[in-house]
Structures are given as structure tokens and as C-alpha cells.
Design a protein around this ligand. Sequence first.
Ligand code: IPM
Ligand code: MN
Length: 360
Amino acid sequence: MKAQIAFLPGDGVGPEVLAEARRVLETIGRRFNHTFEIVEGDIGGIAIDKHDSPLPAPTIELCKKADAVLLGAVGNKKYDSLPAAKKPERGLLELRTLLGNFANLRPVFVFDPLADSSTVRPEVVRGVDIMFVRELLGGIYFGTPRFREGNRAVDTEVYTVEEVQRVSRVAFELARTRRKHVTSVDKANVLESSILWRQTVVEVAKEFPDVQLDHLYVDNCAMQLILRPKQFDVIVTNNLFGDILSDEGGVLAGSLGMLPSGSIGGRAGFYEPVHGSAPDIAGTGKANPIGAIISVGMMLEYSFKLPELAARVQRAVAHVIDKGYRTADIVSPGKTLMTTSQMGEIICEAIAADDAKYAT
Ligand code: IPM
Ligand code: MN
């Protein structure tokens, strides 16, 4: 196949991890005869520096015609004093809206040898395999009114039935391909928007009688994720709760650096690691490229409908972890410390060498 990919490295460790994601994409392209045309654009702090806007017009044009978008990270302390509307993060939020991807998939998968890299006990995290489905275009991130008035500031949590329906359908469809269990997370004991959320999910569930539905309040979910994470299959929740709970998922996986994400439902899929720009370690070779690399796997699966190649990426990552290779965030005694680019390289070697012996 032939596809154009908008490639947006962004800030902090973004360019370093995306360089490895690119290497993986190129390895796959060469080996399986796919043409991935990678076109770079600026977003976030770097775009503010170069174009005075976190999402400049050339980047918008590029993303509009791309078949998929791959992003590194945005954000830099240097812009902390700017108003919210001008911060690097704004570029990311505008891009999400532009592409129309309302469902953000954040899988939390614990690779077996990393079960003891988590601060949560290995017997609790071993075998965890959760798919977070985070609503991405609504809720308090975008609700109006939203303003600052002297000593008072207002944000608005707002959801419509349609917004909840479409994201919960994605969750139920995914559950059908997994363990057929959806947990919807809300704060329906307090919030009007959560009452609507819950009622809507209950209605949508009737279209999926083969999938079990449970509800949890978000405070309880935060606790259950640490207490008994294996009870979860698919978790569907709003924009803000999904943001917070998916970082908690990073603790289970051993490091936030392990987590990929893919946003779907819009005109072109949008893929990014869950970790942020981590400016404190930028340029040190400590960043973990695995979240970005598995995000490429998600792109192959969800945008290009190449699930076998996505599985190959996943197997290659599992293989190098089995062999004891680790970046700084997940290293432990007796394991081999790799820089960001060494890790990318060795995963590419494993992809190229993949055959029945790694087949899962
Ligand atoms: C994430 C990030 C973003 C979010 C920020 C950078 C705007 O934390 O993707 O989880 O809050 O959505
Ligand atoms: Mn976040």
C-alpha cells in the first residue's frame, strides 16, 4: 500500500522517540513493500518559536491531506506563563478537533518481564491487558463557557447524548474483539453530565447484548486500577477522567514510556505515545521509544488495516524485553541499559528477524 503520514515530532523528547518510530515504519515499509511517505511538520513549542503559533497553517494543511498523523509530544516549561489559548498544548487540542477523532484508545499491556518494574506488586500487574477508550473531543477540555474574570475562573464539563453514544459504541465494538467486558467510568453520584453519560451508555449497551457492562465512579476506579487491575477489559470514560486514569495505567505497565495511543473516528487516525515531552530528559538518550513504536503498530492496525504487521511490532517489542534490553525508565539490576536510539535499532532488528520462533 501507499500512504502519506504527517510526522510531527514536537517538543522535548518528542523528536527522539519519533526518530525511532520512523525507523520502525521504514523497516516495515522496506520489508513488506509498503510506501510510507513521511512528511514533517511543526507543532507545539517549536511551532510557536518558528511560526508564532502552536498549530501553524502548513501543519494544518499537511494533516488535512495525510492518511494518518504521528505525533511525538508537545509542551515546554518555557511557555508556562502564556495564557491557555497560546500554550504548546493548544496545538495538540486543536489538531485533535481538526481531525475529528473522538475516541482515544490507550492500551495498557503489561509485558511479562516488566511485571516487577511496576511499583505495584508483580502478582497484581502480571497479565494486565486493559483498553482505555477516552472521549477526546468533548467534556471540560472544550466546554464553554470558559473564562477568567479576575479572581474567578470557569471551565465547563458538557456532554451530549450523541457524543457519549459514538464513543461508547467504539468501546463496545472493541470489547467484542477482546474479553467482552466494558466498564464505564463516571461521577454520576455528583455530576449532571455523568448522569447523562451513564444513562446513554446503558442505552447503547442494549445494542451489544453479548458484552457485559459495569459502571464505576471515577474515584473508585482510580483505586481499583491499583488494587485489582485484572478485573478490567475495556474502560470507557470522559476526556478528563481518561487523561488521569491512563497515566495511572502507566504505573501498571512499568513506565508511562511504554504506553501508545491511537485516536480514531475522524478523517485520519492520529497516533502518539501517552507520555509527555519530558523536557528534563530531552537529549540524554533516556527516553523510552516503545510507546511511540507501539503507536506505529496501532497506526498499522487501525488506519492501514494491517493487523499482522501491528502484531509483528508488538512481538518485536516483547522479544527485546524478553532478552533483557531496557531503557533508563525500566532498567533493573542484571538488565542491559539501552539508549533511545539503541532500543529503536534493536526493535527494528527483531522486526526484520521475526519468524515462527517468536510467534505468539
Ligand atoms: C495527554 C496529554 C494531553 C491531554 C495534554 C498535553 C494536552 O496529557 O495526551 O494525555 O491532556 O490530553
Ligand atoms: Mn495526559
